[in-house]
Structure formats: structure tokens, C-alpha cells
Design a protein around this ligand. Structure first.
Ligand SMILES: CC(C)(COP(=O)(O)OP(=O)(O)OC[C@H]1O[C@@H](n2cnc3c(N)ncnc32)[C@H](O)[C@@H]1OP(=O)(O)O)[C@@H](O)C(=O)NCCC(=O)NCCS
Length: 175
């Protein structure tokens, strides 16, 4: 897909019905909950990737916090205070099956990382965190995400793996 990918916030009148990333829970979230979470409950904001006026991917983010004890790097932990640390949570990420493998996921990720830098500069942000589905762990690892401190490898029954990318590592995360 050499076509331009536009990334913008979800709009109220976006048609979300035909989207499928191959994960039913993500598709259901996008179609039924992304709008109300953003426009009514103000829990999160969803950004959509648009190609030729069609939504081909989405990423949902929310301001969040984590305890210092969960920060994976001992060096970083030592420099941080004990109260909850501000982070940007990548709550959901999905690319339509017809568009996968063409850079849409990494374009959305780049956008999310840029938002984390903006959050850092506006109100503080030490990292981006996400709960990676087992089949996406290597996708996040390749970008520099590492598992949080209190989780072990080999999670059972397809449980998601909580992962973190320090905001200081963002410059080198996505070329
Ligand atoms: C995971 C997902 C978001 C990736 O989006 P995408 O548009 O297909 O990814 P891209 O084309 O931007 O690929 C970026 C890089 O990641 C790699 N990659 C993509 N999916 C991967 C996966 N599941 N595991 C490992 N690497 C992966 C690509 O090979 C590419 O590497 P390259 O730059 O060296 O070629 C997409 O496949 C998807 O929606 N999957 C189903 C839903 C899902 O698992 N969401 C994540 C929830 S945690």
C-alpha cells in the first residue's frame, strides 16, 4: 500500500460497521464502544487510519498511571518517586485484515508515540504501556516494548502481556 495514510481522531459519523481486524473483541469494541467511550464517557480517544476515505485501522489511547514497582528497568526505577507515575495507555490497536502488513499498524503506533511525547511535554508521561495479545508480543518487542516488572513469561490461556516503552526510548522505537 503505497497510498497515503491519514491518521485523525474518530469522528461521530465515521462508519465503523465493516471493520474487521480478525479479533472479534477488538472489532466489537471499535464498532460498539469506541464512540461512547470517546464522546459520552470521555474515557479514551480513538485515532483512525484512513486510506482512500476508508478506515483501515484504529488505536485507542487513554491517560493512565502505573506504580513505580512495575517499571522494568531498575536504573529507571531508582530515579522515580513512589507515587503513581503518569503513562499513556495504548488500550486497543487493530488493522483491518485487508490492510495488514502494509505499514498501517506502525503508522498508528508512530502516532501514539508522538502523542506520548506531547503528553510528556504538556502534563508528564514516563512511558507508553499496553496489554499485548500473545500473537502481537513480537510486534511490540520489535519496537522496544518490554514486559512490566511483575509479569513472567509463559502467561496462561492467551492472557495479554503488560508491556512498556519508556518515553525516553521513543526516538529510536519507530524509524
Ligand atoms: C498487529 C497489527 C496491529 C499490526 O498491524 P500491521 O498494519 O499489519 O503492521 P505493519 O504492516 O505496520 O507491520 C509493522 C512491522 O511489524 C511486523 N508485524 C506485524 N504484525 C506482527 C505480529 N503479529 N508479530 C510480529 N511482527 C509483526 C511487520 O512484519 C512489520 O515489520 P517490518 O517493518 O520489519 O516489515 C495487525 O496485524 C492487527 O490488527 N492484528 C490483529 C489485532 C491485534 O493483534 N492487535 C494488537 C492487539 S495487542
Amino acid at each position: 500500500m503505497a497510498k497515503a495514510i491519514e491518521i485523525r481522531p474518530l469522528a461521530r459519523d465515521d462508519d465503523r460497521s465493516g471493520f474487521s481486524c480478525g479479533q472479534r473483541d477488538l472489532d466489537r469494541f471499535f464498532e460498539h464502544y469506541a464512540g461512547q467511550n470517546q464522546f459520552k464517557l470521555h474515557l479514551a480517544v480513538t485515532y483512525v487510519a484512513v486510506v482512500d476515505e476508508r478506515i483501515v485501522g484504529f488505536a485507542t489511547v487513554a491517560a493512565s498511571s502505573i506504580e513505580r514497582a512495575r517499571v522494568p528497568s531498575a536504573r529507571l526505577r531508582k530515579r522515580l518517586p513512589t507515587y503513581p507515575l503518569p503513562v499513556l495507555r495504548l488500550a486497543r490497536l487493530g488493522v483491518d485484515t485487508r490492510a495488514q502488513g502494509h505499514g498501517v499498524g506502525s503508522a498508528l503506533l508512530r502516532h501514539v508515540l508522538a502523542l506520548a511525547v506531547e503528553q510528556r511535554d504538556l502534563f508528564g508521561c514516563v512511558a507508553v504501556v499496553t496489554d499485548a495479545k500473545p500473537q502481537s508480543v513480537s510486534f511490540y518487542r520489535s519496537l522496544g516494548f518490554v514486559p512490566l516488572e511483575d509479569v513472567r513469561e509463559g502467561l496462561l490461556h492467551g492472557e495479554p502481556l503488560p508491556m512498556l516503552l519508556p518515553v525516553a526510548a521513543i526516538a529510536s522505537a519507530v524509524p
